[in-house]
Design a protein around this ligand. Sequence first.
Ligand code: ZN
Length: 449
Amino acid sequence: MQDNRTAEGKGPVTYVKGGTLIDGTGRKPVLNPVIVLEGHRIKRVGTGESIKIPPRAQVIDCARCTLMPGLMDAHLHTMMFNCLSFHNYRVAQWEITPELQQMYGLFHAQLCFDMGFTTLRDLGLNSSRGLLTDHLCAVRDAINAGIVEGPRMLIGGFTVITGSHLDLIQPRAMQRLGFQTADGPWELRKLARKNLLSGCDIVKTCVTGGGGTDKEEPDVRNMTQEELDAVVDEAHAFHKAASVHCFTPQGQRMALKAGADTIEHMVFSDERTTDMIAEAGVWMTPTLLHRTDRAIQTRKDQGTSQFVLNKMKQIQPYCYETFQKMHKAGVNIALGTDMGYDPEMGANARELEIYVDLGMKPMEALLTATRNAARAIKMDNEIGTIETGKLADIIAVDGDPLKNIRCLQEKRNIRMVMKEGRIYADRRPGRNKNVVNVKPGEWKIIDYL
Ligand SMILES: [Zn+2]
């Protein structure tokens, strides 16, 4: 035991060995890497040649695997699936209590964690009984307290106007309970404060229409500049970030003017506004996985109305084109899937394949899920790269994602998942530790019970 302790008593020293290191900085991969951990953090990064592993040292041998920073999804909704996956998901919103949905939320976070996503930014949700900010924060806190296993989570609190896109994800005629929406700058400030009191990390708002909702045009405006300014200012007053759902260039310019930290989705764009976003350095999440034919088919299978399916199909080419234009213009991009509607939690890495298909180099795509995602959520001093001093969020992948980005989509390839120096999933040869032990098909959506 003595050998594994440092003089400073910062925790045991462990050596992680692999075949290749992609450290998340964008630098070329390093062969034969050795990462020295001290407690929760990375103490040193080198190679088998530069770092001599003492005899009897504690070694995590990942053999020929690619070692990478834990992946991040900067836009998803862990508590949405099962509200919307019922056959007739509108009915489901009355059938499911927030309490049950909260348990599914934890389960969904764990599915992502098992696939190497060590950090999730959950951008909030509402329900038939009010906002789910408290429920989401409780999942985050239970994970942080160590009483359940899960990824690091950052939580958004919905702060939106009446009749906005994020209000309309609930049935139009449903009676709204609680203080779910607000109008005018002062009422919105109060709603933001309520979410902040619940403990949200991000104030999430909505400046335009969106997809996935009935009888709603995606390009309508959802807020005045005065209202948006108030919401963003309130977030910043409490040293929190403001995230803005946005489909149009007009909305993007409003978000820039208000000083938003992240703009969500890539749908409609124009050249001038795209250049302004690039210039400002504001982070955007593409959420393209949610735009694919596969996603549309899934929604169809779930009983989604033809209006919504048509709308999803109509915006699809704009989304792909906007991604390409924004990437070319040098807009800051962080991986975001908007997963939630689709019962495929854990398949977040499919988003990377779309980026590569649309022209991103594999290394750039990996950066969107590592260093750049960490920058987008303002945690790049702690996570996102494998460098001295960072928290030890490390995954071991059987395969080379630079040659085949799809290798990140198979659970059997994600051999090891470590968060803050602790191993949560270990599928190296001879081991079988998973975060989630039921297999797809062995667990049910609620209306099958
Ligand atoms: Zn979303």
